[in-house]
Design a protein around this ligand. Structure first.
Ligand code: MFK
Length: 229
């Protein structure tokens, strides 16, 4: 599960006949393209190439984009390769192996909560050499959503408070951690932090969030393609 409840789906093209492929085969292809696109994004924001080179690359990228033809996913359509809520989200802007925007963060269970590891690059920069504050918020929001799922209470963010103690370094292995701290009816309280992998004791960013499990009618309206809604 993750926080990719946005409109990126409307611009993602899918293979013309995805049903003919095994999910793992499809996921591998999606991840391979995502990997190359992230490399392209990284090269794009780091390059000092000449305008001529940039124009030539622009033409090449435009012709590549034209190859992603076929049926396009509808706005609220859940990809067949995904497991929502609570599993693989191939195009999540935080965890998605197929997303050119994602670091991507790898999520695993950890003592009483969930841990997320990733490296932010130049494309995620805020202050020179450090991560954008919005990226930290996005990483934590996502991971705190995963903590809700891990606690058996899938829920959406209704409030997120961030405290930025130290800048988050780019090109450095990071570790985020999130855990549910309380559940009251449909309201779930969640805490989260970001540290470096090297130094778990120094908190760079801390967050407190309130998440709410939508009532069944609201869930059906929000996620019409979710099985069981
Ligand atoms: C289903 C799982 C989906 C998982 C997706 C991954 C999520 C990852 C994290 C995200 O990024 S989510 C995206 C950003 N969040 C949103 O877009 C949520 C926008 N908000 C909503 O759509 C609705 O508020 C929501 C569906 C979450 C809840 O609507 P409901 O109509 O089901 O609940 P309602 O508004 O009645 O509120 C339920 C309880 O929460 C309380 N509440 C609402 N907002 C609150 C708030 N800000 N702080 C504290 N409590 C709050 C509210 O008072 C009430 O308390 P009581 O039950 O005691 O009356």
């Amino acid at each position: 599960m993750n926080s990719s409840l946005n409109d990126h789906a409307t611009t993602s093209a899918v293979p013309e006949q995805p049903a003919h492929h095994e999910p793992e085969h499809e996921r591998a292809a999606i991840a391979a393209l995502g990997h190359e696109l992230r490399a392209l994004v990284d090269a794009t924001v780091r390059t000092a190439a000449s305008p001529d080179t940039l124009h030539r690359v622009t033409d090449g990228v435009r012709s590549l984009t034209r190859q992603l033809t076929g049926r396009r996913r509808a706005r609220a359509e859940i990809p067949s390769v995904d497991e929502f809520p609570g599993g693989v989200r191939m195009y999540s802007p935080v965890t998605g192996a197929g997303s050119p925007l994602a670091p991507p963060m790898r999520v695993t269970p950890a003592d009483g909560g969930v841990a997320g590891t990733c490296v932010l690059g130049k494309a995620h920069e805020g202050p020179p050499g450090y991560g954008h504050g919005g990226m930290s918020a996005m990483l934590l929001d996502e991971l705190m959503g995963w903590a809700c799922v891990a606690a058996g209470t899938p829920a959406m963010t209704v409030s997120l408070q961030l405290r930025y103690h130290r800048p988050v370094p780019l090109d450095t292995p990071l570790r985020a951690f999130a855990q549910v701290t309380g559940v009251e009816d449909r309201r779930v309280s969640v805490g989260g932090v970001i540290t470096t992998e090297e130094d778990h004791a120094t908190v760079l960013v801390a967050a407190d969030g309130v998440f709410v499990s939508p009532d069944p009618d609201r869930a059906r309206a929000l996620f019409p393609s979710l099985p069981g809604t």
